[in-house]
Design a protein around this ligand. Structure first.
Ligand SMILES: [Mg+2]
Length: 402
């Protein structure tokens, strides 16, 4: 179907005013296929790059959508799309994306309830949102129900590990200063200790945060991410020390992501907000994180947590518990686009959201014809149809490694 025919049909359906009873989904996961629904998905293609996995969803309307998968499992995820997930989407109506999410998840449940399944589905789901926006000529946040905002305040997020070594406190301070010189009002040094380096001795955190605070001055907000590197008692001890000396505003992932009771111990003890959630890959795990660990900020990630469709539900869930969404976002192109569109529809979003800058060294910008507008600590929500980034498809074909 051509895009202009799609609009003709849409107008016809609107004029008809009544939907047939057969449109109502049956209980369970059967449904009646509506032959008049219009656009059909014809192809789902993974594009694997050194630092990312993108998905192209094509339709018989001649319009395609692009989304990004969780990059940490990208090689396996490319195969999962090819062998397991594409078949559930091809031939279907992209406007039935809620149904398609549930079809993919429950048909492929044995792939894992978390991790690779939802991390891969995220790319397809986000491509469907891009596609729907392009077909309707609207940015995705308008389709989701806009929260009436044009820009998002971002904090500069950066890690301590570089290749096979860790950056020194002075090097960490220099990166913080670089973000501040570009207009950022908040930064987050990530300690990247992780459970493999649990309770490090000597412990780098105090010296790093000391150097960062001294370098950026007192007016910049500092969040600290422990990346799951401490036991509860040690996390509390280290947190109290850096909060007292260096005015730290948020502590992220202080303890293992495997234990909500340890996390709750930290949440209950500290008098600053605690955030977590980047390792939760669907709403059921987010429910447990909120109800069992009682975190203040929920770090949903649109390329890990099942895409925009699932993250909208997480925002609603968080809202019901008066928690704020502070998205996890470490990727500079399609993930950031999906993240901005999502945040553009979330009323219970924290003021500052994660952004690692444009990260040119990942080599992703050249795959797109445009980039985001950043000004004085804010990223503007793209107003173009879909997610708002325009792929350079010739460059995508040339640079992909699969
Ligand atoms: Mg983190």
């Amino acid at each position: 179907m051509k895009r202009k025919d799609f609009f003709k049909n849409t107008a016809f359906v609107a004029a008809a005013a009544t939907l047939p009873a057969s449109k109502i989904f049956a209980e369970g996961y059967d449904r009646v296929i509506d032959e008049n629904s219009g656009v059909k998905i014809t192809k789902v293609t993974p594009y694997l790059f050194k630092s990312a996995l993108f998905i192209k969803v094509e339709t018989d309307a001649g319009v395609s959508g692009w989304g990004e998968c969780d990059s940490s499992t990208r090689k396996l995820a490319a195969k999962a799309v090819e062998y397991d997930l594409a078949k559930h989407v091809i031939g279907e109506d992209p406007f039935e994306s809620e149904y398609l999410w549930h079809k993919m998840y429950f048909k492929e449940f044995d792939m894992g309830r978390s991790g690779i399944l939802t991390g891969t589905m995220s790319g397809i789901d986000n491509a469907l949102w891009d596609l729907k926006g392009k077909l309707l000529g609207k940015p995705v946040h308008k389709l989701l129900g806009s929260a009436n905002k044009e820009k998002v305040a971002v904090y500069g997020s950066y890690g301590r590990s570089k290749g096979n070594r860790y950056l020194s406190p002075d090097e960490m301070a220099a990166i913080g200063v670089d973000f501040v010189s570009k207009g950022y009002k908040a930064i987050k040094p990530r300690m990247q200790i992780r459970q493999l380096g649990l309770n490090p001795d000597p412990d780098p955190t105090f010296d790093v945060i000391k150097a960062v605070r001294k370098a950026v001055g007192d007016d910049i907000k500092i969040y600290v991410d422990f990346n799951n590197g401490y036991t509860a008692a040690r996390a509390i001890m280290v947190s109290k020390k850096i909060i007292e000396h260096f005015n730290v505003e948020v502590i992220e992932e202080p303890v293992t992501q495997q234990s909500y009771s340890e996390l709750k111990q930290v949440v209950d003890t500290l008098d600053v907000p605690v955030s977590a959630g980047e390792h939760e890959y669907q709403k059921w795990k987010m429910r447990d994180l909120i109800t069992q660990a009682n975190v203040d900020y929920v770090n949903a990630d649109v390329i890990k947590c099942g895409g925009i469709t699932e993250c909208k539900k997480v925002a609603g869930l968080a809202h019901a518990f008066d928690k704020l969404i502070m998205t996890h976002n470490a990727r500079p192109t399609l993930a950031t686009a999906a993240n901005l569109q999502y945040l553009g529809s979330v009323v219970n979003a924290a003021k500052f959201q994660e952004y690692g800058g444009s990260r040119e060294r990942l080599g992703q910008q050249k795959l797109f014809k445009n980039y985001f507008r950043y000004e004085d600590g804010y990223l503007y929500i793209p107003q173009e149809p879909g997610l708002g980034l325009v792929p350079d498809e010739k460059m995508m074909e040339k640079e992909k490694i699969n």
